[in-house]
Design a binder for this molecule. Structure first.
Ligand SMILES: Nc1nc2c(c(=O)[nH]1)N[C@H]1C(S)=C(S)[C@@H](COP(=O)(O)OP(=O)(O)OC[C@H]3O[C@@H](n4cnc5c(N)ncnc54)[C@H](O)[C@@H]3O)O[C@H]1N2
Ligand code: MOO
Length: 560
């Protein structure tokens, strides 16, 4: 519950007079049009639009936050909105002059921070590294049942405990034949239905054939399997039949030889591989009943905030807890074991007791990271003498996020309360920490061209929800989505990934790092009214309907 969130310098920056915005509160209220309609009509009118991110209160204004105020940040530079409200034209001018095209040269010296400075927010890439290295590794490996092993990491190589297939197997329904045809059909050998999968077979003599099912063990003496659609049976009237093959039959045709996939003792997968459903299948086929895996880190989620409701509609200034329902499944997808989120309200003693009493590897708090009167996370950490490893990160949204060691091998990740800021903290700090604790392999870094320009924060990284779209010029692009304000989840709920936009911004077509989300790309919401509409001119999501606000200030909040 941060109070006083109105940015002191924002009054002059609001009120572009532009109409048609999705913002429902006036500038200075904490809801920024930045998150709503980057590049939208209002932004062009203001000349410093929402896309000039990092400029609204949502994107945060450097040096303005309580977390920063607590420790003077020499790197923050000027804090006034005027400094940050670069027009797109202005930004492009800077971009063109920079060698990498992204960082404005005149900011480069100011932005350069020594790798391990303890002052000021930690640069985003360094924060992720620190989180990954905070823990030495996982708890010791253990034998787990397949259903528990799913999503964990193999602690030992998977070695075949059997040949696969374990015997010569028919690949087709038809007949096992011995030698060149035609063949005497042996109806007695396997009964009417021939040899079925899972049944034993007697040896087949040269010149004879027997019906066989897919997956059945091929009898000794068989030289090939003839598919049912490729053979002709001629009844000889005396209860016997002849089988003929109009086409030539190759030796070994449609027989899967024993050991074709692997021999017993052959390595199948190395240690360190994540256990996917396919790995579970392979392990079962190869003879495993249980797997040796690294245990999942245990995470306890503490949801702070007296204003939060767990059911029903927002009322009397209170809102629904959006993080409790979201974080459990998200953390599970990141490999953690998560208990039901605990709502703690804004109670300093309850927080202290919950942190010190927890047996989880990681306590994850939501809200209370700033320095409002009921923001208890920092005081709680001081009270227990925790070692703060990351205290604020140069990223928008989410800059007040933090990471601390609260006891040997026990960690606390403090996520800011604004929901998209919490996602930012989850991916910046919790994901790398949990990756190490779960002994998961590092995520493959992937870079994708941006589908539209994104204005940058002067010296903080931005994380922007994107959807993958096909672009005639750039192929698959990461197209920024609207509704990416720190208090909003509408953009991320329609997103395939989060684009990492470097300080200074990036242009359409620039390759940017993307953080994949733990659900399939392409499953994001689409449609004309969906948040999946791309960012850019004409994509103003709030411009086509009235804004429901009791305030009379311009709905866009201007450049804010
Ligand atoms: N004077 C300043 N105030 C604030 C600054 C700043 O720089 N100077 N930074 C802002 C930023 S950025 C963020 S992010 C927030 C972080 O604040 P807290 O971590 O202390 O979070 P709260 O104040 O508790 O909540 C912030 C906001 O989010 C809502 N919230 C909280 N929990 C939930 C939840 N589980 N589900 C949905 N929404 C939640 C809460 O009601 C507030 O609206 O601080 C700013 N303040
Ligand atoms: O509102 Mo804050 O930018 O960290 O999300």
């Amino acid at each position: 519950m941060a109070l006083g969130a109105v940015h002191p310098g924002r009054a002059g920056s609001g009120g572009s007079g532009a109409s048609g915005s999705g913002a429902t509160v006036p500038s200075g209220s904490g809801t920024s049009p930045d998150g709503v309609a980057p590049g939208g009509a209002a932004s062009s009118a203001a000349g410093s639009g929402p896309a000039s991110s990092g400029v609204g209160s949502d994107a945060g204004t450097p040096g303005s936050g309580p977390a920063r105020d607590a420790r003077t940040d020499p790197d923050d530079g000027p804090t006034g909105p005027a400094e940050h409200a670069h027009s797109r034209t202005e930004r492009h001018r800077h971009l063109r002059s920079g060698p990498a095209g992204n960082v404005r040269p005149e900011n480069a010296a100011r932005d350069a921070r020594p790798e391990d400075t303890t002052d000021g927010p930690t640069p985003w890439p360094l924060a992720r590294k620190r989180a990954a290295r905070a823990a030495g590794g996982s708890r010791p490996p253990e034998l787990s049942e397949p259903e528990d092993a799913l999503g964990r990491t193999l602690a030992e190589p998977l070695t075949a405990l059997t040949d696969l297939p374990p015997f010569d197997t028919s690949a087709m329904d038809g007949w096992a034949v011995s030698g060149p045809g035609p063949w005497d059909l042996d109806r007695a050998a396997g009964g009417d239905r021939g040899i079925l999968a899972g049944h034993a077979a007697t040896a087949l003599a040269d010149g004879r054939a027997v019906a066989i099912a897919t997956g059945a063990r091929v009898p000794d003496g068989a030289t090939a399997v003839l598919r049912s659609e490729h053979g002709e049976v001629h009844d000889r009237g005396d209860g016997r039949a002849r089988l003929a093959a109009p086409r030539a039959v190759r030796l070994g045709q449609d027989i899967r030889p024993r050991g074709q996939e692997c021999g017993r003792g052959e390595p199948l997968l190395p240690a360190g591989v994540p256990v996917t459903p396919a790995v579970l299948g392979l392990a079962a086929a190869a003879g495993y009943d249980r797997l040796t895996t690294y245990p999942r880190p245990r995470v306890e989620v503490l949801v702070l905030g007296d204003e939060l409701l767990r059911h029903g509609l927002p009322r009397e200034g209170r809102i629904r807890d959006a993080l409790g329902p979201m974080l459990g499944p998200w953390l599970r997808a990141l490999g953690a074991d998560v208990t039901a989120p605990r709502p703690l309200g804004d109670d300093a003693d309850a927080l202290h007791a919950a942190i010190t009493g927890s047996t989880a590897d990681v306590v994850l708090t939501t809200g209370g990271t700033a320095s409002g009167p009921v923001d208890h996370v920092h005081p709680a950490l001081r009270r227990i003498g925790a070692e703060v490893l990351v205290d604020g990160v140069a990223v928008r949204p989410g800059h007040p996020m933090l990471l601390a060691r609260v006891a040997p091998d026990r960690y606390l990740v403090g996520l800011p309360g604004n929901p998209l800021a919490a996602v930012s903290g989850l991916l910046t700090l919790a994901e790398p920490l949990l990756r190490t604790l779960a002994a998961r392999p590092p995520a493959a870094s992937s870079r994708t061209p941006l589908g539209a320009a994104v204005d940058g924060h002067p010296h903080d990284t931005r994380l922007v929800p994107v959807a993958y779209r096909d672009d005639p010029r750039h192929g698959r692009t990461a197209t920024p989505l609207p509704f990416h304000g720190s208090a909003m989840l509408r953009g991320i709920a329609a997103a395939d990934a989060l684009a990492v936009v470097p300080p200074g911004g990036a242009d359409r077509g620039d390759l940017v790092e993307v953080l994949e989300l733990p659900w399939p790309a392409g499953s994001a919401a689409r449609g004309p009214e969906g948040a999946g509409r791309p960012y850019g001119p004409g994509a103003h999501p709030g411009g086509d309907r009235p804004v429901r606000s009791t305030f009379s200030a311009p709905p866009t909040g201007g450049a804010a």
